[in-house]
Write a protein that binds this ligand. Structure first.
Ligand SMILES: Nc1ncnc2c1ncn2[C@@H]1O[C@H](COP(=O)(O)OP(=O)(O)OP(=O)(O)O)[C@@H](O)[C@H]1O
Ligand SMILES: [Mg+2]
Length: 237
């Protein structure tokens, strides 16, 4: 399934002011892959995603998307090039309706001309039945579906998900994992998923990159996390 390299991260450095959080991190993601970024709290997973989308500047090294350096490309343009981002905590407009959130998806990224609501409802049918509901009144799992749907509407070629399992019931986790795999197949989407939830990692990812203190310390298969010692070492469980 995996094809050409879509994203190439080379000796990336980033952080906040003088505080280095990502310290020379390198990896590739191929078209059609679902790669999980795992690691305990505070190791730099969110910082990495924010640097990939351009919310934080790259302080060293390089991010190449389709062979083109993104370092000088502002966040809004990266989104238009097809880098979609679902932030930790979902980033919804909780006081607005489901429909408005979907429509406003274009403001947080993506390629609005190609918006296709029916495609999103195909993955998340609940959204179609709740268009007028205020987003903040939806359940955690429904809000997570909305936050992913909102990004899909912009037709990204890669989607970066930051801990989508946060705040959702365990019985929905498996379903979200299966939907992520369906989206990958049907939309030919590449996915980077930051996760600490074992079930979601195993339901969605092809491989896992393990981060500690802003560097890659291991690369494992989701099934390797069946070993409780490995899971304890690499996940905050
Ligand atoms: N805006 C900020 N200013 C200064 N330091 C920050 C800022 N945001 C995060 N940090 C620090 O950077 C480090 C990495 O944080 P980051 O949010 O990337 O971790 P994480 O791996 O996503 O953790 P979690 O699993 O808890 O979400 C932490 O030490 C954190 O305190
Ligand atoms: Mg985080």
């Amino acid at each position: 399934m995996a094809g050409r390299t879509l994203l190439n991260v080379n000796k990336l450095r980033s952080g906040y002011g003088n505080v280095a959080v990502i310290n020379g991190l390198s990896f590739d993601v191929k078209e059609g892959e679902i790669v999980a970024i795992v690691g305990r709290n505070g190791v730099g997973k969110t910082t990495l995603l924010k640097t990939l989308i351009g919310e934080l500047p790259c302080q060293g090294g390089d991010i190449e998307f389709r062979g083109r350096s993104m370092n000088a490309v502002p966040a809004a343009e990266r989104a238009q090039l097809g880098i979609g981002y679902v932030p930790q905590g979902r980033g919804l407009f909780t006081g607005l309706s489901v429909e408005d959130n979907l429509r406003l998806g274009k403001l947080v990224g993506g390629r609005p001309k190609e918006m296709n609501f029916d495609r999103v409802y195909g993955f998340f049918p609940i959204l179609k039945t709740r268009l007028s509901q205020i987003a903040g009144t939806m359940s955690g799992g429904q809000q997570q579906q909305l936050s992913i749907g909102r990004i899909l509407i912009g037709n990204p070629s890669i989607m970066l998900l930051d801990e989508p399992s946060e705040g959702i019931q365990p019985n929905i986790v498996q379903e979200i994992g299966e939907i992520i795999r369906r989206i990958r197949t049907e939309e030919k989407l590449t996915v980077i998923i930051v996760e600490q939830n074992l079930d979601l990692i195993q339901a969605s990812a092809d491989r896992c990159i393990v981060i500690d203190k802003g560097a890659i310390v291991d690369e494992i298969l989701p099934s390797d996390l069946d070993d409780p010692e490995i899971a304890r070492k690499y996940l905050a469980i």
